[in-house]
Design a protein around this ligand. Structure first.
Ligand code: FE
Ligand code: FE
Ligand code: ZN
Length: 274
């Protein structure tokens, strides 16, 4: 299986790979720039090459890069929107130094403009940034539906995907905490939820999993992650996710409230289970 956690990119690409190995991980996530946004550091090509070699030698799965949280391509304010569109464009160019991986982003918050307008803006931002020559697959993350978040159900994600000009280059990242907080019962009816995903979006679009427990009840729309087995989703349900035949070959990224020691323990526990 491919499992890892979110690593800090401040020490460079190869060092993230080394850190992942120490945690017994074989994939990881990282912010493409500071999670608070701002301009990105220049890419060190040699460092990117070293990470590519390390990943090949150690049979890593695809990485799941994460856009900064401040990115909102469907913001109501024009300056935030254009900043966000630039981030998306730039990040997709930068991802080509690590070809063939995933770039995950939050569809955004419509902040009062309405979901339908937001969906058009999100699709337009992707269509404007994603090129045929790109080797990255862009992932839209399933959201908890906090505030005016778009992507709080499978239907909204499907509507975005329907407007994409290069659909083979766009998929979904399934966040267990968000899906649960969004109201989907992955505890009692994981098969049913995946069936619904398949019916509405198509299961082949599900490319990566954010593996998180949740501090809150199903349908709470809160988005507070919890350690694996210590939240409302629980260990059994999360282990059913990692072993599910439709999911088990995906990269699993832990975004649980842990330090590295905690992540190493979670990775060990999950590997032991599998
Ligand atoms: Fe996320
Ligand atoms: Fe997530
Ligand atoms: Zn979250």
């Amino acid at each position: 299986m491919y499992i890892g956690n979110h690593l800090s990119s401040s020490k460079g690409f190869e060092n993230m790979g080394k850190e992942a190995l120490k945690l017994n991980a074989n994939t990881f996530a990282f912010f493409t720039r500071s999670p608070r946004g701002g301009s990105a550091k220049a890419i060190n090509e040699g460092d990117a090459m070293k990470l590519r070699n390390l990943m090949k030698e150690n049979n890593f799965g695809k990485l799941v890069a994460h856009a900064p949280y401040t990115m909102n391509v469907c913001a109501a304010k024009e300056d935030i929107r254009s900043f966000s569109r630039n981030v998306l464009k730039e990040d997709l160019e930068r991802m080509e130094y690590l070809p063939g991986n995933y770039y995950n982003f939050h569809p955004g918050s419509h902040v009062g403009q309405g979901v339908e307008k937001a969906i058009l803006l999100i699709a337009d931002a992707i269509n404007d940034s994603l090129k045929q020559s790109h080797s990255t697959t862009v992932l839209l993350e399933t959201m908890a539906g906090k505030g005016s978040e778009v992507g709080r159900n499978f239907e909204e994600l499907r509507e975005i995907l329907d407007l994409i000009r290069l659909p083979e280059k766009v998929g979904i990242c399934f966040d267990t905490c968000h899906v649960w907080d969004g109201g989907y019962d992955i505890v009692c009816n994981l098969d049913g939820v995946l069936e619904e995903f398949d019916k509405i979006i198509g299961i082949e679009k599900l490319k990566a999993v954010h593996l998180n427990d949740s501090m809150n009840a199903r349908g709470s729309h809160k988005d507070r992650h919890q350690k694996i087995g210590e939240g409302e989703i629980g260990l059994d349900a999360l282990m059913a996710v990692v072993t599910h035949p439709l999911l088990s070959d995906k990269p699993f990224i832990l975004e649980t409230p842990n330090d590295n020691e905690g992540y190493a323990r979670e990775i060990e526990m999950i590997r032991g289970f599998v």
